[in-house]
Write a protein that binds this ligand. Structure first.
Ligand code: R1P
Ligand code: URA
Length: 238
């Protein structure tokens, strides 16, 4: 029987799954980078596709925005047999040297959210990317000569943050960027014994006073760069 929110059967998804928040990014990834992509889920518009990359099976499934939505999708992908989960998202850059379109490899994600707290039943916990995923992504970036920021991010419940001086405070703790799903994905992956990681494109810079947003054209270019790295990372893991 298929899960409730991902209407697919075991075997429809590959063991390696890319996880963007945005369903349109999922479709773009499948149509642009996969050989023989086929739609395997469209429940609630949360598009999922399976195809091949360099002869190996690979899937992409949108998570929606925020840890509650991402946790449903993560649980159901694991029910369907996923073993390598790689979020390919966007983030707000906190690091003062970050430029729009830069790439982040997240090593950890501070859970500034309610979902992880519920999953751990209140225990303090540090959600981390799986070392092998970080290792594979780091070496793929090095081989491609691509500059990346590697370090911790924060997963927030709020896009429109109400925390005073959020950038300054997170930066002072070494946190590179803010996004909204990685902490839940990392936590569930650890609980269920699968590997998870997270690559992020800086879509907003938050260190310049007023937030600055990337153009659609530059975003497309940056996502293409991130995808090159993401697919190499998954290839190294499979
Ligand atoms: O671009 P995606 O992958 O959706 O990621 C980021 O963008 C959304 C907010 O605009 C949140 O989901 C956040 O995590
Ligand atoms: O969560 C996010 C994602 C992109 N940009 C932000 O500012 N925050």
């Amino acid at each position: 029987m298929s899960p409730i929110h991902i209407r697919a059967e075991p075997g429809d998804f590959a063991e390696s799954v890319l996880m963007p928040g945005d369903p349109r990014r999922a479709r773009y990834i499948a149509e642009t980078f996969f050989e023989r992509p086929r739609l395997v889920n469209e429940e609630r518009g949360m598009l999922g596709y399976t195809g091949e990359f360099e002869g190996r099976p690979v899937s992409v499934q949108a998570t929606g925005m925020g840890c509650p939505s991402a946790s449903i999708v993560t649980e159901e992908l694991i029910m369907l047999g996923a073993k390598n989960l790689l979020r390919v998202g966007t983030c707000g850059g906190y690091h003062p040297e970050m430029q729009l379109g830069d790439l982040v490899i997240a090593t950890a994600a501070t859970p500034q959210d309610g979902t992880v707290l519920r999953l751990t039943e209140g225990l303090p916990y540090a959600p981390a990317a799986h070392f092998e995923v970080v290792h594979a992504a780091y070496h793929a970036a090095e081989a491609a000569g691509r500059k990346t920021f590697l370090g911790p991010v924060v997963s927030s419940d709020l896009f429109y943050d109400t925390l005073q001086e959020a950038q300054k405070r997170w930066s002072s703790l070494g946190v590179l960027a803010v996004e909204m799903e990685a902490a839940a994905i990392f936590t569930l992956a650890a609980m269920r014994g699968v590997r998870a990681g997270c690559l992020l494109t800086v879509s907003d810079t938050l260190h310049t006073g007023e937030p600055v947003r990337i153009s659609d054209e530059d975003m497309k270019r940056a996502v293409d760069n991130m995808m090159e790295l993401a697919l190499k990372t998954l290839t190294a893991l499979s």
